[in-house]
Design a protein around this ligand. Structure first.
Ligand code: FAD
Ligand code: NAI
Length: 444
């Protein structure tokens, strides 16, 4: 029986494992994960902290028992500390001290990512929190309940930071949100969009501290203040959300790496060593918007890469179609979604790029309820006319619309093709002069 070993059983690992166990009954699957739980949806963390859901129970969608029922051997709380890529053996140690030497025919590494820790004084003080695991969220919530925490400083106004700033504000904390860039969500949207989010955050009482670099965290055992290059902020808790780095410790000396340390994989999720696959946040993706290898840490990418690796490891060739980094956020009903790259990013990357913008209501004016403004931007390459990105925001649920642009980027569609794309009309939903069409028609 062919032996497949999977290291890491969160979103990427779970997708790979389920694909193998559901489709290839003749494989012997052994799973190691250092955590005591699997499949925790980090996206629920802000909802849980902000009391928008009553319990974290629904944030897990798989378990050790499910894998075992399907025939896998599962070792949780067991750290893989070494892989002998020549002899094809994985070495692990359990929390109980038990050691394992597990040979493999195929290895799938799904060791994920780690939160980036800023290189500053004071990160070891109590109440300085990283937010990645279920345990992190639980600890934050316990501290919020138990102690006198009034001032929360969130460092990093990316997706985690903005979502958590809302969550802390919802439960009555005084929140300061710091980012070293001049706006929030700068990795995903242009300023015309992020300004709307900043206004949204400010109008709910969140103090924004952009273009400030944290230089140290001060306190006496517990954190008391955050010092930046421009200001000082009182802090009973500090949450660090300044991005993820790939966790590629196990293969860093043997496998080829991307510039940020992620395992470099091909379209089959295969690493530079045959029979070794890497998936999810520890691996690269092929980014269709820039037509190049990239690093984009998202659960959606993790799941798809897991499925691809599983089929390839089991002998069914399957190529990834690449990703566009499609993403979304909803903060006090302000919904923002984007795919591909922003205009600013496109220009930084050297594209001769332009944006086609439009603003309208979702439905005709005679529909007087649930009819919200929508703002859309399509970014395209002026030379090739190919769509590079799209951004949308509204209080209306426009989220599904971004998928059309995701597909357009995947298929390298030009903005001119989008101008006359067939878009249905019904006043309950939209307008005959749809804002997709109208935005595309603005293209020079
Ligand atoms: C607060 C928060 C909110 C998020 N919201 C979203 C969202 O809304 N949408 C979205 O698409 N993405 C979101 N993400 C990102 C998403 O969670 C990650 O992209 C996803 O977790 C990646 O999955 P993964 O399985 O590749 O890696 P990870 O989730 O990092 O899992 C890696 C696993 O490997 C195990 N492991 C690592 N090293 C070893 C070892 N040596 N031995 C044994 N086991 C090991 C770990 O214990 C872990 O279980 C969010 C992340 C956070 C933190
Ligand atoms: N809704 C969603 O899809 C969500 C996705 N995620 C994903 O999880 C991953 C991690 O999320 P984040 O940590 O929020 O990363 P991020 O990349 O979204 O944001 C990091 C932010 O930190 C800022 N930053 C970097 N270094 C800094 C420093 N030294 N001081 C101050 N600010 C600094 C950056 O400018 C950026 O705004 C990302 O890939 C993200 O897309 C996370 C939460 C929700």
């Amino acid at each position: 029986m062919e032996r497949i070993v999977v290291i890491g059983a969160n979103h990427a690992g779970t997708a790979a494992i389920n694909t193998i166990l559901d489709n290839y009954k003749d494989k012997e699957v052994t799973i190691f994960d250092s955590n005591n739980n699997i499949s925790f949806l980090g996206c629920g963390m802000a909802l849980w902290i902000g009391n928008q859901i009553t319990s974290p129970d629904g944030l897990f969608y798989c378990s050790k028992e499910i894998f075992e029922q399907k025939g896998a051997k599962v070792y949780l709380e067991t750290i893989v500390y070494h892989v002998d890529f020549e002899k094809k053996v994985v070495f692990a140690t359990g929390k109980d001290g038990q050691s394992y030497q597990q040979p493999y025919d195929k290895l799938i590494i799904a060791s994920g990512s780690l939160p980036i820790s800023p290189n500053i004084e004071g990160t070891d003080l109590a109440n300085v929190q990283f937010v990645k695991l279920y345990q992190n969220a639980k600890e934050v919530i316990e501290k919020l309940h138990e102690s006198m925490i009034r001032n929360v400083v969130v460092v990093g106004a990316g997706y985690i930071g903005v979502e958590l700033a809302e969550a802390f504000n919802r439960i009555g904390k005084k929140v300061t949100l710091i980012d070293n860039m001049s706006t929030c969500l700068s990795g995903y949207y242009d300023r015309e969009f992020t300004d709307i989010m900043s206004k949204n955050l400010e109008s709910h009482g969140i103090k924004l501290a952009y273009e400030e670099t944290v230089t140290s965290l001060k306190g006496n055992g517990k954190v008391e203040k955050v010092v930046t290059d421009k200001n000082e902020y009182a802090a009973d808790m500090v949450v660090l959300g300044i991005g993820f780095k790939p966790n590629s410790q196990l293969g860093k000396d043997n496998l080829k790496l991307f510039k940020n340390g992620a395992y470099l994989v091909d379209r089959h999720q295969q690493t530079s060593i045959p029979d070794v696959y890497a998936i999810g946040d520890c691996a690269t993706v092929f980014d269709n918007s820039i037509q190049a290898t990239n690093y984009i840490a998202l659960a959606t990418n993790a799941v798809r890469s897991g499925i691809v690796a599983a089929h390839n490891a089991c002998g069914t060739p399957l190529e990834s179609i690449g990703v566009q980094g499609s993403n979304g956020i909803c903060i006090w009903n302000l919904k923002m979604v984007s795919t591909g790259i922003s205009l600013e990013k496109a220009k930084k990357l050297g594209y001769d790029a332009a944006a086609a913008d439009y603003e309208d209501t979702q439905k005709p004016a005679f529909i007087q309820h649930d009819n919200y403004k929508v703002k859309i931007r399509i970014v395209y390459d002026k030379k090739t006319r190919i769509v590079l990105g799209a951004q949308m925001c509204s209080e209306y649920d426009i989220s599904m619309a971004i998928h059309m642009f995701s597909l357009a980027i995947q298929e390298q569609v030009t903005i001119d093709r989008l101008k006359l794309t067939d878009i249905f009309f019904l006043p309950h939903f939209n307008k005959p002069y749809n804002y997709f069409t109208m935005a595309a028609l603005q293209a020079e």
